[in-house]
Write a protein that binds this ligand. Structure first.
Ligand code: UD1
Ligand code: CA
Length: 451
């Protein structure tokens, strides 16, 4: 079965009260539009057309960042969901497979549900995704008679009898593309909103002797997001789902409610995640790694057996090899850390490459920024960097080398060498005692003068 996705994303989302178009508001660190795209992608579509309108450039950019093959069509004036779908027609000229309409503001449809719709399409011309709503509110209502879907009535146009129906419209529709566009052409705007409703295609299809059916799914999947309150509910639902998935896949979450996931967080089996860990986008944690409490990770890869935190921060471009240790108050950015290497306390390591089995002492800093440009630090294998070393990049430290504590390293260190770059210690015998006696005498004199 060949599928074309049409994703509606032109609306402003007035109720969000935002300058950002609604579909770019994020859930799990990704725009809700990207969630809808990802759901549709599991059907392996031949075409994906996104209907953009409000802030179309920003919407197009976000969509392309996720999938560069998408095509964007413009719906300058938002005259309703049918009008929006009609805009995709030119992009799908000559295409005679199925069209699946998804909404950019409905991010949680599960792949299994879309597969069930595709299955139902074998027996019916039009398939609508519905759900039993706990509170039907402003959703469109599905009017079913004798097991067949008769029509959809929008809340604004519903009679009290129809408004009492709990079976609601998710907005997701599947039909053969040419048929869908033909039906849409017949949709009028004589309704309470004065809009061209996509939902009208069901009644039209039935009048023309075509069959229509509703596939139902859980309400949590079809949640449409129209306000910030709904966005926060959606985020909570997303987090709950990801936590459950992680634990089911063999990850230990010590306090699940305190761990925050991004849309693409990958945790291998037997990972252990302690309390209050936050995953930003782009994190992969391999089997058996441990992320300790209060750590913040984004755009990084943590290999098997590594231990990170507590209180560690891994920023984009961090690659931790197997059995590395990143301890408390350590920040790592754009850096490869070799197998078995330890950076255990109070350090900043950025734009760096460190070999294996090296030890980076407490308080070490790679001074990567000269105020204008960023520079690299290279550290070899089995290196011992003394505590409080400032590595002024660009600089390299060879294999088996050492730096003395408190050194400011501005020149490359040869393999096996010890580099010390700090003021030499001087010692003045008895001087401390003399100095203290002098100071105490001064204080006594002053106290006497003040009475
Ligand atoms: C729509 C459905 C309703 C369903 C609900 C589910 C219609 C007429 N109604 O109502 O039955 O219960 O979704 O959430 O379809 N959009 C455009 N261009 C337009 C209008 C809308 O791109 O001209 C986009 C919006 O950006 C949004 C989506 O389509 O992503 C849905 O539009 P919205 O106005 O939120 O529809 P609802 O009133 O929620
Ligand atoms: Ca909506």
């Amino acid at each position: 079965m060949s599928i074309a996705l049409i994703i509606l994303a032109a609306g402003k989302g007035t109720r969000m009260k935002s300058d950002l178009p609604k579909v770019l508001h994020e859930i799990g660190g990704a725009p809700m539009l990207v969630h809808a795209m990802a759901a549709g992608r599991t059907l392996d579509p031949d075409h994906t057309v996104i209907v953009a309108g409000h802030e179309a450039d920003a919407v197009a950019k976000a969509a392309r960042a996720h999938d560069e093959t998408v095509r964007i069509v413009l719906q300058e004036e938002q005259m309703g969901t049918a009008h929006a779908v009609a805009k995709a027609r030119s992009e799908l000229a000559g295409y005679d497979g199925d069209a699946l309409v998804l909404y950019g503001d409905t991010p949680f449809i599960r792949p299994e549900t879309l597969e069930r719709m595709a299955e139902a399409r074998r027996a019916h011309d039009v398939v609508v995704l519905g759900f039993e709503a706990a509170d039907p509110g402003r959703y469109g209502r599905l009017v079913v008679a004798d097991g067949a879907l008769e029509r959809i009535v929008e809340f604004k146009d519903a009679t009290p009898h129809e408004a009492a129906i709990n079976l609601c419209n998710s907005g997701v529709v599947m039909a053969p593309a040419p048929r869908l566009f033909d039906l849409i052409e017949q949709v009028g705007n004589d309704n309470a909103a004065g809009e061209y409703y996509l939902t009208d295609i069901v009644g039209l299809a039935r009048e023309q002797g075509l069959s229509a059916t509703a596939v139902t799914c859980d309400e949590s999947e079809t949640m449409g997001i129209n306000s910030r309150t709904e966005l926060s509910v959606a985020e909570a639902a997303f987090q709950a789902r990801r936590r459950a998935e992680a634990t089911e896949n063999g990850v230990t979450l010590v306090a699940p409610d305190t761990v925050h996931f991004a849309h693409d967080t990958y945790l291998g089996r037997d990972c252990l995640i302690e309390q209050n860990v936050i995953f930003g986008p782009g994190v992969t944690i391999e089997t058996g790694a441990r992320i300790r409490a209060f750590s913040h990770l984004e755009g990084c890869h943590v290999a098997r057996g590594a231990v990170v935190g507590p209180y560690a921060r891994l920023r984009p471009g961090t690659e931790l090899a197997e059995d590395t240790r990143i301890g408390n108050f350590v920040e790592v950015k754009q850096a490869q850390i070799g197998e078995g290497t330890k950076i255990n306390h109070l350090s900043y390591v950025g734009d760096a490459e460190i070999g294996r089995d090296s030890n980076i002492g407490a308080g070490t800093i790679t001074c990567n920024y000269d105020g204008v440009m960023k520079h690299e630090t290279r550290i070899g294998d089995r290196v011992f960097i003394g505590s409080d070393t400032m590595l002024v990049a660009p600089v390299s430290v060879g294999d088996d080398a050492m730096t003395g504590s408190g050194s400011v390293i501005t020149r490359d260190v040869a393999p096996g060498a010890l580099a010390v770059g700090r003021a030499r210690q001087v010692e003045k015998p008895g001087f401390a005692r003399k100095l203290l006696d002098l100071l105490r005498a001064r204080k006594a004199q002053r106290d006497k003068e003040r009475g």
